[in-house]
Design a protein around this ligand. Structure first.
Ligand code: FRU
Length: 514
């Protein structure tokens, strides 16, 4: 059943192969587990649209590289650009170029300072920072010190999360943000920044670290651990709440993080939006994605659910791979089939040509002999209206002749008799038309006229053809020499026989046996 489904899927995919293929460029600002998950979802989404081709590029947190990558995606002729700009202003020129070229642009998750985009899709980063700030205030019961690790300066989620967080904690005068360090979204950067800061702040107690994402919170945790400054009751909060190994949900469940906030990736949803735009269907220009806080209360359930989703996704991935293999095999099989058909057709053509050239040639030559006399059909024999007698035939002969001339069947008898007369004396090289005429009780002239009238050939021509025809048969069916055969069919000289044979059949007697 599974195989049938795969086959059906393969057939559907093949039959749809005529449709326009949408080439979608995905320009990611970074490489990390959050982006990996999103890219996997984008691919998964593309599985459901058999006419979508994705081209991924990742700028590794470099503005310059991202600009170049967008430009080369445009040069490759993409139909739509999905982009997460590294920073608010630095990538805008490239994005504007795409938009001005008529390529629809979906900006996702990080904002730009340009209005040249077709759609924007993201969760609310200010809201996220704000909710996290409120959570922290309540977690610390309104009193305590907080170390903030910010995201990349100039990237919109970093700015918005920071603002949301600050606005929330400002409301609680007992909460003191002792420092806001630059973590740039990466664990190593957060680790280094924290370690540096700790050099001069060894004695400052930290109640809670708020990382703009989970990786930076974990980087700070590692720095405190490595410097032996981690207090037993220091809490760590982040944002992203990814499922799976090393994801925020598991880190909350394992109490490495106190809380996280799910920052939805939703690659499949982004891809659907892209296809809607490309197909000219209605779409939302601004989409806000739902999101939720992860704490020790729900981490276990969320982890279980996300593991199930990931299991299904992996299964779908395998299924798609199988379908791909089927398609590939199908393609290869088709090529092999066409090649085989081509080779067979060529062989057949060669055989037919060979036959026409060699066998057909011989058959045609033989037919000339056969039709001339020996297999002549009654209906082919013309009615002879009468002959001008050069000398008066004897009484009995004249009567027979008149009767024979009256209908075609009589001519057939005449030809049969003539044939018998010829064949019975074929070996005789001295045989003359007079001899044949007298064998048939006719005068030489009577025989000449009658034969000529019925067959169109003279008796001498027919005698020669009969000799050559017999020779041809002997060449085919015996292993006697050409000279022997020449004598046996009534030629007095083999060289003359060869000459006549060549004239009649267009080949030398020896060639018959080849
Ligand atoms: C992934 C990431 C996330 C973060 C987001 C902000 O590249 O660093 O961890 O939440 O980008 O744009």
């Amino acid at each position: 059943m599974k195989n049938i489904c795969l086959l059906l899927l393969a057939i559907t995919l093949v039959s749809c192969s005529e449709r326009k293929v949408w080439r979608i460029g995905v320009s990611q600002c970074s490489v990390d587990i959050w982006r990996d998950k999103q890219n996997a979802e984008l691919k998964m989404g593309a599985y459901f649209h058999d006419n979508v081709e994705l081209k991924f590029a990742s700028a590794h947190d470099s503005d310059e590289r991202q600009v170049q990558q967008i430009d080369s995606l445009l040069d490759e002729g993409i139909d739509l650009l999905i982009v997460a700009p590294n920073q608010v202003s630095t990538i805008s020129t490239a994005i504007d170029r795409a938009y001005d070229k008529g390529v629809p642009v979906i900006v996702f998750e990080r904002k730009t300072n340009s209005h040249k985009y077709t759609a924007f899709i993201s969760a609310d980063n200010y809201e996220m920072g704000h909710v996290m700030g409120e959570y922290i205030v309540s977690r610390l019961h309104g009193h305590g010190t907080v170390l903030e690790i910010k995201g990349l300066d100039g990237s919109s989620p970093a700015i918005e999360r920071h603002n949301g967080f600050m606005d929330a904690v400002k409301k609680a005068p007992g909460i003191k943000v002792i420092a806001s360090l630059q973590g740039d979204w990466t664990e190593p950067k957060a680790y280094e920044a924290t370690k540096q800061w700790l050099i001069n702040h060894k004695d400052v107690p930290i109640d809670l670290v708020f990382g703009a994402n989970d990786r930076t919170a974990m980087g700070a945790r590692k720095a405190l651990t490595d410097t032996h400054l981690l207090l037993p009751n220091t809490l760590f909060c982040g944002i992203d709440g990814l499922p799976g190994k090393d994801g925020g949900i598991q880190q909350v469940r394992d109490s490495l993080l106190d809380a996280s906030y799910i920052y939805p990736t939703h690659g499949d949803q982004i891809l659907d939006l892209a296809v809607r735009i490309l197909e000219g269907k209605p779409y939302e220009k601004e989409t806000m994605l739902m999101s939720a806080l992860v704490t020790s209360d729900n981490a276990k359930v969320l982890q279980m659910e996300s593991e199930e989703i990931m299991r299904q996704a992996a299964y779908l991935d395998q299924l798609h791979e199988k379908a791909d293999n089927y398609l590939q095999q199908l393609g290869t099989q088709r090529i092999v089939n066409w090649l085989a058909i081509g080779i067979i057709a060529l062989l057949l053509a060669a055989i037919v040509l060979f036959y026409l050239y060699h066998v057909g040639k011989m058959t045609l030559r033989k037919e000339r002999v056969v039709n001339s006399l020996w297999n002549i059909k009654p209906e082919d024999i013309p009615v002879i209206e009468g002959t001008t007698e050069p000398s008066k035939p004897s009484g009995e002969t004249a009567a027979v002749e008149q009767a024979e001339e009256s209908e075609p069947i009589a001519n057939t008898f005449f030809i049969t008799r003539f044939k018998e007369a010829v064949e019975s004396r074929l070996e005789d090289s001295e045989l003359s038309v007079e001899d044949l005429a007298s064998d048939m009780n006719l005068s030489r002239v009577q025989l000449y006229r009658k034969v000529k009238a019925v067959t169109g050939s003279t008796p001498i021509e027919l005698l020669r053809t009969a000799r050559l025809n017999r020779a041809y048969q002997m060449l085919m069916t015996t292993d006697r020499s050409v000279s022997e055969i020449a004598y046996q069919v009534g030629f007095s000289a083999p060289s003359y026989f060869t000459k006549c044979f060549k004239e009649e059949y267009g080949m030398l007697p020896g060639d018959v046996r080849k």
